[in-house]
Write a protein that binds this ligand. Structure first.
Ligand SMILES: Cc1cc2nc3c(=O)[nH]c(=O)nc-3n(C[C@H](O)[C@H](O)[C@H](O)COP(=O)(O)OP(=O)(O)OC[C@H]3O[C@@H](n4cnc5c(N)ncnc54)[C@H](O)[C@@H]3O)c2cc1C
Length: 405
């Protein structure tokens, strides 16, 4: 009896949102993904999260239950007096179709839903990848335990410090934004709360924001404060006291929300990214998520873009003969072409916003704020252009995963 040749898998390194989305999407189009995670589980680093419509569309297509995943929110940028500087304009039909223009949720719930959709045997935990070797008609994936896997394609979804990115494109500096963010969430009701809103307020030097969330059927609120911070300086000793001190300068319920949050629900992150790459793919290896486009939380879109990467990668690899190196390389180049411009523009915009709001020289801050309060500058850039790009993504994603490209 002739032996049936087993297809070589597509090996995905890293089970964050990028890796999980790629595994689910590739499986959905009939390919064979293997998802390797160095830790004993796919675990979220952090809690607060908002998602735009493109990742919701992608999640649905890859079989993730998005019913009541988060609280639908409208987003406004405001000044400290409550004046609206920019209203993020997501068309009503998109809001209706995707359950909100921007939804607020907790990150562990996203992981739980993605893992619930994962076919058995795809995710392999305690598998730290030590190296990869593209030998032309395949890629050898070397694990830290000394074993290896022969892959048809490798996807580096291994986060901001990606080993795969470094091995493809060389080492690059982390770009320190000299900012940090302190955030948390609570299910307490606080007076003055505007429900189903992301209220994003800037004072001269600090951003203070809150967003409705839903988590397992409960309504709550997540919040964050963001300010300039020397990355070499230690973190504040008492995160809650520090956040409360910053939150008091904002109108509305922000300080009350910070005060109502349990210490265990408060976290801090220094903000950094890496300069966007001009190419992601080389031979049979490519990148997704923060490995490809680490993004400041100013965009609130890093995880969203990571999910979109997996979806588009599966579209590009659908119907491709994985034994044909030229066909694989061509498919990965198409993937680059569809993802790099959009993600680069979001990374750069997030970087520039952080600089403009938190690193403007003191003398320029009143002029900046005058312009933001009295001209349509922020409305045009953040209120219209940026959501326009996000909505254009919905069209670019096509009618489903099986779209041929
Ligand atoms: C404070 C904050 C707020 C944010 N808010 C938002 C938001 O509101 N909306 C949004 O869309 N995005 C947001 N982001 C961005 C988002 O969190 C990231 O872009 C997203 O997590 C990136 O996903 P990823 O899968 O690429 O990487 P990661 O989540 O970093 O996952 C990488 C995975 O790879 C694994 N790994 C690494 N190396 C190896 C190896 N050698 N072998 C095996 N496994 C390996 C890691 O253990 C990890 O599980 C925020 C980020 C921060 C810091």
């Amino acid at each position: 009896m002739p032996l049936t040749k087993q297809p070589r898998p597509i090996v995905i390194i890293g089970a964050g949102p990028a890796g999980m989305a790629a595994a689910l999407s590739l499986h959905a189009v009939g390919l064979k993904p293997v998802l390797l995670e160095r830790y004993s589980e796919a675990r979220p680093a952090g809690n607060i999260l908002n998602l735009w419509p493109p990742p919701i569309k992608a999640l649905r297509e890859m079989g993730v239950d998005t019913t009541d995943l988060g609280a639908p929110c409208r987003t406004t940028f405001r000044n400290v007096h409550g004046h609206i500087r920019a209203d993020i304009q997501i068309p009503a039909e998109v809001v209706q179709e995707y359950g909100g223009g921007f939804i607020g949720l907790l990150r562990p719930e996203l992981y739980r839903r993605m893992l619930a959709a994962m076919p058995p045997g795809v995710l392999r935990t305690d598998q730290r990848v030590a190296g990869i070797v593209d030998h032309g008609n395949g890629v050898r994936v070397d694990l830290a335990d000394g074993t290896n896997i022969e892959a048809a394609v490798v996807l580096g979804a291994d986060g901001i410090d990606s080993m795969v990115r470094t091995s493809l494109w060389g080492a690059s500096e982390r770009r320190e934004h000299k900012l940090h963010i302190i955030g948390g969430y609570t299910f307490d009701d606080v007076p003055g709360l505007e429900r189903n809103e992301v209220v994003l307020t800037h004072s001269r030097q600090v951003q203070g924001t809150y967003s409705s969330i839903r988590d397992k059927g409960r309504d709550g609120v997540q919040w964050w404060v963001l300010e300039a911070w020397n990355p070499a300086a230690p973190a504040p000793d008492d995160l809650q006291a520090h956040a409360l001190n910053l939150a008091r300068q904002f109108p509305g319920p922000l300080a009350g929300l910070v005060g109502a949050t349990g210490k265990g629900q408060i976290q801090r992150w220094p903000i950094r990214d890496r300069k966007p790459l001009k190419a992601w793919s080389k031979g049979r290896i490519t990148l997704a998520g923060d490995a490809a486009h680490a993004t400041s939380p100013y965009a609130a879109y890093g995880a969203g873009m990571s999910i979109g990467d997996g979806y588009v990668l599966a579209q590009c690899l659908t119907g491709v003969d994985l034994d044909d190196t030229a066909a694989v390389t061509g498919a990965l180049l198409r993937y680059d072409q569809r993802r790099i411009a959009h993600t680069t523009s979001q990374v750069q915009q997030a970087y520039v916003l952080g600089k403009a709001f938190h690193h403007a020289p003191a003398a320029l801050r009143p002029i900046r704020d005058f312009l933001l309060d009295h001209t349509p500058l922020l409305q045009r850039q953040v209120g219209e252009k940026s959501p326009g790009e996000i909505v254009a993504q919905l069209h670019e994603m096509g009618t489903g995963l099986a779209r041929s490209v």
